[in-house]
Write a protein that binds this ligand. Structure first.
Ligand SMILES: Nc1ncnc2c1ncn2[C@@H]1O[C@H](COP(=O)(O)OP(=O)(O)O)[C@@H](O)[C@H]1O
Ligand SMILES: [Mg+2]
Length: 403
């Protein structure tokens, strides 16, 4: 096994399309890293450059201690698992799993031993003599995994391996891939456009936009401390709400926040955690609020009494939660170029949710199902001001550390 290091990696295709720009990261030995981002952002291209299936235009890729830029795919000692499974229809499960080993002229009994061990690990022992066409989608995906496992590679590279499966099977296989990776502890790079897959599988998740790495961090850190509007809007479902606001420095009285015709005193702890806010006094910025940081103030008053008035446009009972789409009175909608990218992507897997930025005078709240929020009835909504996010409205960068 080995770590993988990308240094300034870029890719321009022959037709001039730039797919990846200045990608740098260090993936630890045994780590599970997920590349996530909207369709067309360059995830597959980046993975194929690591695999050696695509040439590298700029930069350097190392697998273990070896620079592999000019090492052909078959000599990189990595195993790729594709969305399409790429099984041989005329071969049995046994021969499909053992195909790479047979090609390498691995002795017969060693091959049998390895194939049977992998099959046992994947629950395929009873299917070894079947042909792929008689297997379910989940079983076919396991055969593809088995073929990768028997090679005992330095790294697994997986490109949307679950996207051909139905929703239920996808969740099951996701758990299996996670368990398998933990058991085998093989360095894994996994590509998906599905943020739930990314968050549940990755030790660290790399969020990519238009070929550029936005942030690479453990899932909870991405969620709690997104580095910019794009990451904030991409990670989380329903997406973070964004509202225009102004921060003013009230001197001894601390900082005040003007948002949606309300004015609040910001908690000293929230300001202390974001020294960068000082430079924004008197200027408009963007405030981000997660749906779960909003509440029905009629049920449980906000700890610090901070509320906004809003009117439900739509109330969706999910059993465990009540999703409430709230119209709020803001001076204008928040506009940022990143929202176009996010809204485009929301056509896919998070299609049920209002895409980030599609209508920023509507915010989405996750209330307790006991809330009596009703469409058309104005209400007070509590806001957890400890957990607000602040962004530069021009660059989209999070306002956090000192500037
Ligand atoms: N062989 C190719 N020739 C030219 N452009 C390509 C080729 N493959 C992919 N692209 C382009 O490169 C960009 C990134 O594609 P891809 O890596 O497939 O993205 P993702 O896997 O994130 O959906 C897209 O704009 C895509 O159209
Ligand atoms: Mg792809």
């Amino acid at each position: 096994m080995a770590g993988i290091v990308l240094s300034g990696v870029g890719k321009v295709y022959d037709d001039g399309t730039r797919a990846v720009t200045d990608l740098s990261m260090s993936i630890d030995d045994g780590e599970f890293v997920v590349f996530v981002g909207p369709s067309g952002c360059g995830k597959t291209t980046a993975l194929r450059m690591i695999a050696g299936l695509e040439s590298i235009t700029e930069g350097e890729i190392r697998i273990g201690s070896r620079i592999v830029n000019n090492v052909p795919a078959r000599d990189r000692d990595v195993a790729m698992v594709f969305q399409s499974y790429a099984l041989y229809p005329h071969l049995s499960v046994r021969d499909n799993i053992g195909f790479g080993l047979a090609l390498r002229k691995v002795p017969k009994d060693e091959l049998t031993r390895k194939v049977e061990a992998a099959a046992a690990m994947l629950g395929l022992s009873d299917y070894l003599d079947r042909k792929p066409r008689s297997l379910s989608g989940g079983q076919r995906q396991r055969v593809a995994m088995g073929r990768a496992i028997v090679r005992n590679p330095q790294a697994f590279l997986m490109d949307e391996p679950l996207s051909n499966l139905d929703a239920k099977l996808r969740v099951q296989m996701r758990a299996e891939i996670g368990r398998l990776q933990r058991d085998l502890a093989v360095t894994t790079v996994y590509v998906t456009h599905d943020q739930t897959e990314a968050m549940t599988l990755g030790h660290r998740v790399a969020v990519i936009k238009k070929g550029e790495l936005q942030q690479m961090a453990p899932p909870q850190e991405l969620y709690d401390r997104p580095t910019n509007l794009f990451v904030a809007g991409f990670i989380g479902s329903p997406a973070m709400n964004f509202l225009p606001a102004t921060v003013t420095n009230g001197g001894a009285d601390g900082y005040r926040l003007t948002i949606a015709s309300e004015e609040w005193r910001l908690p000293a702890s929230a300001v202390a955690a974001r020294p960068g806010l000082a430079a924004w006094a008197g200027q408009e910025l963007i405030v981000g609020i997660r749906p779960e940081d909003l509440g029905d103030a009629g049920m449980a008053p906000a700890a610090d009494g901070h509320t906004i008035s809003a009117t439900p446009d739509l109330v969706e009972p999910l059993g465990s939660d009540l999703m409430v789409y709230l119209a709020v009175d803001v001076p204008h909608r928040v506009e940022h170029e990143d929202f176009a990218e996010l809204a485009r992507d929301a056509g896919g897997d998070i299609g049920d949710d209002t895409p980030a930025g599609s209508d920023r005078s509507t915010i989405i709240a996750r209330f307790s199902p006991r809330s009596s929020a009703a469409v058309g009835v104005p209400m007070r909504v509590s806001v957890d001001t400890e957990h607000l996010h602040f962004f530069d409205p021009h660059s989209g960068a999070a306002i956090a550390g000192a500037v």
